[in-house]
Each structure stands twice: as structure tokens, then as C-alpha cells.
Design a protein around this ligand. Structure first.
Ligand SMILES: C[S@@+](CC[C@H](N)C(=O)[O-])C[C@H]1O[C@@H](n2cnc3c(N)ncnc32)[C@H](O)[C@@H]1O
Length: 456
């Protein structure tokens, strides 16, 4: 099944809409705000705020969350430019989602958002231009080298399609402890393929030094069958199985159905970013939020939330007629579960910077230029050091936009010099792919968040 033609959050602003049932997403974006602010301040380091700043929110849906992250980004830029006494940049804001998204509701809310932006940021802010971009973020969506900042929250766990399964995932609609290993591996491979495609496309579209903050509904555990990520779908498959026993759904239809969704661990996210090679990781965090973010009627509200997200897929497979009964049963199961245990959603939050060159290109260049004099390590850590040093050097070159020219000119010594300058440079380690422990201690710690620092 091609997700692009089926998946959409429930539109409008009614009681069952995503707009009215997206408090979990709202809380997650609010929790991530310090990370977004940090990434913006790194983008605008040394007061190099671009005159025309292009921001994209990918998988914006509709409703209040669609503008929340954008507002956070704009406020952070505005703070920096006011501190430096600069004029506001012009903003181009792209709001992307699949073509079935309710863009009408989204843009109906825009004037109200613009009003509150004026109130909060003043009349000397902007101007800001908003554009809707329908399409899958697993494809190219924007002109090359135009985006400065990309944000996406709770979207990249959606795969481009249900993975091709060699065996039936009997009794399940997602990865579960009873899933055959081939099913688990097919899901993981689909995630790797899709996330790689996502990074490749953004790599084309982003300017060198551009930042991305991606929050993915994931897991903390290394085990992809862990309850912390599979439970919500396991409970839905229980409700669907009950419907089969009551003769309301055909067993065959259930056997054929799997959710095009994958909850990665921080390690899996890190692995894909590194293998793709266009971005360096600035920070990687995990956080959790309770299913029950509501003060009252937790089970009722979480059921409505999942219905507003997944009904388009379920109705496509099982028909609209059974949806009320299905979600009534789901509500009972959820109520029973949350009365007995604490249930949480886990987020993996990764902040990355667009590198001047891809990891593989750095390796190639390094090997070409050092074949006589240096022992360029061909190991992955050697290559990563080259990339890190190159990117640091790139900054030292006073933001030269033509750095590619230096690289491509075999007679130019800049890269060689940079490599030797970078050797043993402690400061460079701080500015590299990962923060040192000391630096990380100074990082903002989010409520309910674990900061994961990896060393290379
Ligand atoms: C759970 S909603 C999150 C919406 C919003 N970002 C938030 O935090 O509340 C996931 C959104 O991702 C969108 N989405 C899923 N796959 C996508 C794709 N391949 N390209 C663009 N949008 C996608 C869905 O249509 C949906 O609107």
C-alpha cells in the first residue's frame, strides 16, 4: 500500500479532528523547544543570520501544532537578531504534508497565527511568507540549496509503505513479540531505506551549515519488539481480533493488514544518519511523555487521538461502517491497560547540521590528497574525523560559500592546511559532530528527557 494516497490525519476542527486531539504532539513540540532554540542559535552563530531565511516544517498536519514549532524557530531567530541589533530577516516558511492533508483548515488558521506573531514579535519582524507544500518528504520537495532550517515532529515514524513481508504477521498489525524475525527485519530495512531517502533529499535542498531538528516517535530500548513502542498497536490488534471473532471483520483482511510505521531507537537513527553521510549529528536525545496527557478521561482522549491519526488507514482496509465499534472496543482495552500500568510514548530527537561534503566524498578527497604524505585512515572513525575537521575548517574559512571550489581544485592547499591545523585541536573536538562531556553538561536538559551523548 502506498501511504501517500491513503494516510491523512482527520481534518477539520470538530471533536474527532486531529486539530482537537493532538495534545500529545503539542506537548512533545513544547518539550523540544530548548533543543530547537539551541539549533537556531548555532545556525545564527557569529551573527551570520541569512537575510532570507527559509524554514520548513515537514508533516505539519493541521491545527495548533502546525504553527507551534515555526513560532519557536522565529522567536529564537528574533531574539538573536535583536541581541545583535540587526534588522529582521525575511522568512519563507514552507508547511509540508501529504496531499490528503487538510490544507484548507491549516491555512484558515494562518491569519490568526500571523496576528499573534505580530503581537509577540513586533512590527519590525519579518516579513514572513507562508507556502503549503503537498507531497511526500521521502521525495524532493524544494529547490536545491534553499533551506536553512528544517523541523519535523512525530512524522518520520511513518514509512513510505508497508514493508514487503515474506511471512504473515499473524495476529499482529505491527511488530510484536510473536512476529516472525523476517517481519521485524523487513520493518527495520524499510525504515533504513526511507530515512536514508529523506536525508538524501534534504541534503540536496539544504544550504551548507543548515540545521534540522527531527523528533521521531521511537523507543529507548534496542529491542524493536519492546512494549514501550509496540503496545499501542498491540492493543489495537486485540480490538481488531475481537471484531474478527464477532464476524464484523474478515480474518483474511486482518492478516493482510500491517501498519506502515516504525519506531526507531536512538542507535538506529544515528546509524542511518552516519551511513548516509550528508549530516553530522549535533545532539541526540530521548524523551518520554505519558499516553495520558489529559487531566481527565485519559482512555477516552488517547483513543480519540489514535482514531484521528489512524482511521484513514483502518477504514481503507476494513470499511467505515465498523469504525465506531472498533474504537469502542479499543477504548475499553485502553481503559483497562492504563488503569493497571504506566504507559508512555518515547521520542528520539536528533539535531543535525548539513555538512559541506558527504562523508564518502571527504574520504575520497582525503585519500586523493594524502596518498603520498599521510596515513589517511580508511576506517570509519578516520573518515568521521576527516569530516569533522573539514566542517570545522569550513567555519574557520569565514563562511566561504565557495568551499566546494576549493575542494574541487586539486592545486588548492586549503583543505590540506585545514587538516593539519585541525590535528589535536581541542576546540575542534568541541565543535565537532558530538559534544564533549563537559560541553554536554551545559546543554539544556528537557523535563522528562534523557540526553544521549555518543562518542566516536
Ligand atoms: C502525527 S502527525 C504529526 C503532525 C504534527 N507535526 C504534530 O506534531 O502534531 C504526522 C503527520 O505526518 C504526515 N506524514 C506522514 N508521512 C508523510 C510523508 N511521507 N510526507 C509528508 N508528510 C507525512 C502525516 O500526514 C501527518 O500529518
Amino acid at each position: 500500500m502506498e501511504l501517500i494516497s491513503v494516510l491523512h490525519m482527520k481534518g477539520g476542527i470538530g471533536d474527532s479532528s486531529y486539530a482537537s486531539n493532538s495534545l500529545v504532539g503539542n506537548k512533545v513540540i513544547s518539550m523540544t523547544r530548548p533543543i530547537i532554540e539551541e539549533a537556531v542559535s548555532n545556525l545564527c552563530r557569529n551573527a551570520t543570520i541569512p537575510e532570507k531565511l527559509c524554514i520548513a516544517d515537514l508533516g505539519c498536519a493541521s491545527g495548533p501544532n502546525a504553527f507551534l514549532a515555526v513560532l519557536g524557530i522565529m522567536k529564537a531567530v528574533d531574539k538573536i537578531r535583536k541581541q545583535g541589533g540587526f534588522q529582521s530577516p525575511e522568512f519563507q516558511v514552507y508547511l509540508n504534508d501529504l496531499p490528503g492533508n487538510d490544507f484548507n483548515t491549516l491555512f484558515r488558521d494562518l491569519p490568526q497565527f500571523q496576528e499573534s506573531m505580530k503581537e509577540q514579535l513586533g512590527l519590525d519582524f519579518g516579513p514572513c511568507f507562508f507556502t503549503g507544500v503537498p507531497g511526500s518528504f521521502y521525495c524532493r520537495l524544494f529547490l536545491s540549496k534553499t533551506l536553512h532550517f528544517v523541523h519535523s515532529s512525530y512524522c518520520l515514524q511513518w514509512l513510505s509503505q508497508v514493508p514487503q513481508l515474506e511471512e504473515v504477521n499473524k495476529g499482529n498489525i505491527y511488530i510484536a513479540t510473536t512476529s516472525p524475525p523476517s517481519v521485524i527485519s523487513a520493518y527495520h530495512q524499510q525504515f533504513q531505506k526511507d530515512f536514508t531517502a529523506f536525508l538524501q533529499c534534504r541534503s540536496e535542498e539544504m544550504v551548507k551549515g543548515g540545521r534540522m531538528v527531527l523528533t521521531i516517535l521511537g523507543r529507548k530500548s534496542d529491542d524493536p519488539t519492546s512494549k514501550e513502542c509496540c503496545h499501542i498497536w498491540e492493543l489495537l490488534s486485540m480490538a481488531l481480533t475481537d471484531m474478527v471473532s464477532q464476524g464484523l471483520i474478515e480474518e483474511k483482511r486482518l492478516d493482510e493488514f500491517n501498519i506502515p510505521h516504525y519506531n526507531p531507537s536512538p542507535g538506529e537513527v544515528k546509524q542511518v544518519v552516519e551511513n548516509e553521510g550528508s549530516f553530522s549529528i549535533d545532539r541526540l536525545d530521548a524523551s518520554q511523555v505519558n499516553w495520558d496527557v489529559y487531566e481527565n478521561d485519559g482512555a477516552y482522549n488517547i483513543t480519540k487521538c489514535i482514531r484521528s491519526v489512524a482511521e484513514s488507514l483502518l477504514a481503507n482496509q476494513f470499511g467505515h461502517a465498523v469504525m465506531d465499534k472498533l474504537f469502542q472496543r479499543y477504548l475499553e482495552i485502553i481503559a483497562d491497560t492504563i488503569s493497571k500500568e504506566t504507559t508512555q510514548f518515547f521520542s528520539v530527537i536528533v539535531t543535525v547540521t548539513k555538512s559541506a561534503l558527504r562523508l564518502q566524498e571527504v574520504a575520497h578527497f582525503g585519500i586523493l590528497n594524502h596518498q603520498q604524505s599521510a596515513n589517511v585512515e580508511s576506517s570509519s572513525s578516520g573518515v568521521k574525523n576527516l569530516l569533522s575537521e573539514f566542517n570545522d575548517a569550513d567555519e574557520d574559512l569565514n563562511e566561504k560559500d565557495h568551499i566546494d571550489d576549493y575542494i574541487l581544485d586539486p592545486d588548492n592547499q586549503v583543505y590540506e592546511n585545514v587538516l593539519s591545523d585541525g590535528e589535536g585541536d581541542e576546540e575542534a573536538a568541541h565543535r565537532g559532530e558530538y559534544l564533549s562531556d563537559d560541553e554536554a553538561d551545559k546543554e539544556p536538559q528537557l523535563p522528562g528527557t534523557t540526553n544521549i551523548n555518543f562518542s566516536i
